[in-house]
Design a protein around this ligand. Structure first.
Ligand code: ATP
Length: 372
């Protein structure tokens, strides 16, 4: 009994010091460089990063579809990969399911048989497997489509079938490889919500690969931002977006105005002397010595527009409006401050006359300073 209670709190997946090197004719490529990450029971973790950073490789190593070069992986407390112990459990022995971008359904099998497939593989009787598959299809809103064939369904419906198949055996762990990227924006938005609803109902742990920043923020309990084979930062969506610890993360997730300068005081709050004047802010994780080259970063929506000469709140600079773009929910202003263009987003705002002078304020707690 104590074992069971322990299993509930133990992480579903533990990855320790994982490395993976691809060897090709052109040489060696380090795809994973000593990566460690825990995924808790019932936790939704998103691996986010630009193309080639190693997120798919990490997912495939967890799945057992790729053989790492070093490290350890535990799934449900069981050692499934260890370079030192010479253990490498094949995918079918790992108690997990995968959902791919391509759906990967059997075209010659009905929807219900596609979903029943993992249960049939695990030697359930046809009738029992079909009954559970039908229940699961009900959960993903496809109760009326059990007898259809995948080719008769839309992309979004096919991905729901793949989702049903991944949860039908209730292994507790689902790995997602960009599952929504083939779908149009509306269907994608809808399926994100459905996926989260399903996850809170069933409680599976998820590891989800995407290169889409907004998707990562929307879905994740924690986002792991990857940078060439390493995890650059892992934290809640809010941590990643509001408190990035590096220029890389600040720049990759969302957008930011970058203002270059030099550190002028690093004792009581960091300040940076720039061509726009002195800006104070919160430091990132970079160690910043006085005189060091640095970058202040402020997101467009964290800039506040004011009339020139108004009482300064925090850092204030003045500039000239170059152009305002109406984007529906926000208006995006491009403002020249000296030689540099800054972007300011205002929700529900009005366009500004090109050539008009404005002040831009950014609060110190919204301004992050990193080494250049
Ligand atoms: P994407 O979003 O483009 O899929 P990713 O972050 O998932 O990118 P991976 O597919 O994990 O990246 O690839 C990581 C690196 O390893 C890339 O530089 C890629 O070129 C390389 N790589 C991946 N698979 C192989 C392979 N089978 N042989 C050689 N190199 C590979």
């Amino acid at each position: 009994i104590s074992g069971e209670a322990g299993a509930q709190t133990a992480p579903r997946v533990q990855v320790r010091n994982l490395s993976k090197i691809y060897r090709t004719r052109r040489g060696e490529h380090v795809a994973l460089d000593n990566v460690s990450i825990d995924i808790g029971a019932g936790e939704f973790v998103v691996l986010l990063g630009p193309s080639g950073c190693g997120k798919t490789t990490l997912l495939r190593c967890i799945a057992g579809l790729e053989e790492p070069d070093g490290g350890e992986i535990h799934i449900n407390g069981k050692l499934v990969y260890s370079s030192s112990a010479g253990i490498s459990v094949p995918p079918e022995g790992r108690a997990l399911n995968m959902v791919f971008q391509s759906y990967a359904l059997w075209p010659h099998m009905s929807v219900v048989d596609n979903v029943a497939y993992p249960l049939r593989n695990a030697r359930a009787s046809t009738s029992e497997a079909r009954a559970r598959a039908a229940e699961t299809l009900e959960l993903v809103g496809l109760g009326a489509f059990t007898a259809a064939y995948p080719g008769q369904l839309s992309g979004g419906q096919q991905q729901r079938v793949a989702l049903a198949r991944s949860i039908v055996s209730n292994d507790g762990l689902v790995l997602f490889d960009e599952p929504l990227s083939n779908l149009d924006a509306k269907v994608r938005d809808r399926l994100r919500v459905e996926l989260l609803n399903l996850q809170s109902r069933i409680g599976f742990s998820a590891v989800y690969v995407t290169h889409d920043q907004m998707e990562a923020l929307a879905l994740a309990d924690r986002v792991a931002v990857m940078d060439v084979g390493r995890i650059a930062q892992i934290g809640s969506a809010r941590d990643i977006y509001d408190r990035p610890t590096s220029r890389y993360v600040a720049d990759f997730v969302g957008s930011a105005n970058e203002i270059a300068g030099r550190i002028v005081s690093s004792s009581e709050g960091v300040a940076i002397e720039t061509p726009m004047g002195r800006l104070s802010g919160v430091a990132g994780s970079d160690r910043l010595a006085e005189g060091a080259k640095a970058i202040a970063m402020v997101r467009p929506e964290h800039c506040i527009l004011a009339s020139p000469g108004s009482a300064a709140s925090g850092n204030q600079v003045e500039g000239v409006v170059e152009r305002s773009l109406y984007l529906g929910p926000v208006v995006q202003h491009f403002i020249m401050v000296g030689e540099q263009q800054l972007t300011v987003s205002v929700s529900g705002g009005e366009g500004l006359q090109p050539g008009s002078r404005v002040a831009i304020g950014f609060a110190a707690d919204r301004t992050r300073i990193f080494a250049a």
